[in-house]
Design a protein around this ligand. Structure first.
Ligand code: M6R
Length: 368
């Protein structure tokens, strides 16, 4: 079943380009996004005033990325909450609220209970699920299925890129309905999304190089991850993967937060992964992240950068650079997750751990 791969996780990482491509299939025509599953909801989607995205773990990080995209493209306020926090804080929701839940399994009890709570409160509900006919999908007003195929390894990989793809499609669908993006602008964004599978395939070619780094770092006790904008959830995901697979203490930060505390953690030799934004684009956060790199490097950090191919500005300060093909800001996460997934998996493997079934964890968390 692993088809020659050493683990399901390795196989599923390799299937990510297809997971994105299959999730895009049948959801656009003539350069515009159209999600047939949402037919009949046009008036509802034009009338909503805010969106609350719910999920747990990796799915919640897909939600954080979704917030940046939906707010930018569809100009609707979006809040992201962990499902298990949501219903215990008397959230302010009503019939003008859309609750968008994200779950690979569609059976996560925390998310299911949060969706039920939202339905009781009169909210509209849409779910992004990877499992056909799952409970959360059945409870929701509509479901946008991700077509990543079955994910067996406990660590979510291909489901995540499919979730980000689906949430982007949803953002573009909403922008079209609400008239918040020009036709040309929207079709450029769609074309960028459609270009992801081929680009992601080239990122995966760095597997052996990442493995080498992971093996070399197998005694590491702590790793930090930094990113900004949509790179921030990527940093959080990199840290989660390392915790759950390699049992190494890891933390992800928004790079702008460094000077508000975390920079005190930097001492000589501390490994720090940095997700570097593309240097292109008028509003690029690239200069700010490069200056963060200089700050941590000056304090002795070992900098492991994920940067756009051809970005020479990080080379003088990085101990290692993994490259991703050029893409505008929103599409970088879809390319930047893979090196971090591979790093965590290979480090766990180097420690002799079971990467498909880490200790204390279940694939589907069906208890609260
Ligand atoms: O099935 P779900 O997407 O609802 O699962 C949510 C989380 O439990 C899941 O993403 C978890 O964080 C993964 N083990 C992360 O790799």
């Amino acid at each position: 079943e692993k088809g020659g791969w050493s683990s399901f996780m390795a196989k599923e990482i390799s299937e990510q380009p297809e997971a994105v491509a299959n999730t895009l299939l049948g959801r656009s025509a003539d350069g515009a996004v159209h999600i047939p599953e949402l037919d009949g909801l046009d008036d509802t989607l034009r009338g909503i005033e805010r969106i609350v995205i719910l999920g747990c773990g990796t799915a919640a990080y897909a939600g954080m990325i979704g917030k940046y995209a939906i707010e930018k493209w569809a100009r609707i306020p979006v809040e992201v909450d962990l499902s298990h926090e949501f219903r215990y804080r008397e959230p302010v929701i009503d019939e003008r609220t859309l609750v968008l839940s994200i779950s690979q399994s569609g059976e996560t009890m925390d998310t299911l209970m949060a969706v039920k709570y939202a339905i009781e409160a009169g909210a509209k509900t849409i779910s992004i699920c990877n499992t056909q006919g799952a409970t959360i999908a059945r409870e929701s007003d509509a479901v946008i299925y991700t077509h990543a195929g079955p994910e067996v390894a406990v660590a979510s990989t291909k489901a995540l890129v499919a979730q980000v793809t689906a949430v982007y499609l949803f953002g573009l669908h909403l922008a079209r309905l609400r008239g918040t993006l020009g036709t040309a602008e929207a079709s450029v964004l769609l074309a960028e999304l459609q270009a992801v599978p081929a680009k992601l395939a080239t990122v995966l070619e760095q597997h052996a190089e990442i493995r080498e780094l992971a093996h070399w770092m197998s005694d590491t006790r702590s790793v930090l991850f930094l990113g900004r904008h949509v790179g921030y959830p990527v940093a959080l995901e990199g840290a989660l993967k390392l915790k759950e697979l390699a049992y190494i203490h890891a933390e992800g930060f928004a790079a702008g937060e460094l000077k508000h505390g975390p920079i005190a953690l930097i001492e000589p030799g501390q490994p720090v992964f940095v997700v570097v934004p593309s240097p292109r684009g008028a509003d690029s956060l690239h200069p700010k992240v490069v200056s963060n790199i200089q700050e941590i490097r000056a304090r002795g950090a070992r900098v492991l950068a994920i940067a756009e191919a051809g970005d020479a500005s990080v080379l003088p300060y990085a101990d290692k650079v993994f490259t991703i093909p050029p893409a505008s800001a929103f599409f970088e996460p879809l390319l930047a997750f893979a090196p971090l997934q591979i790093f965590a998996m290979e480090l766990a493997a180097a420690k002799g751990l079971d990467v498909d079934q880490p200790r204390n964890l279940a694939k589907s968390v069906t208890v609260e």
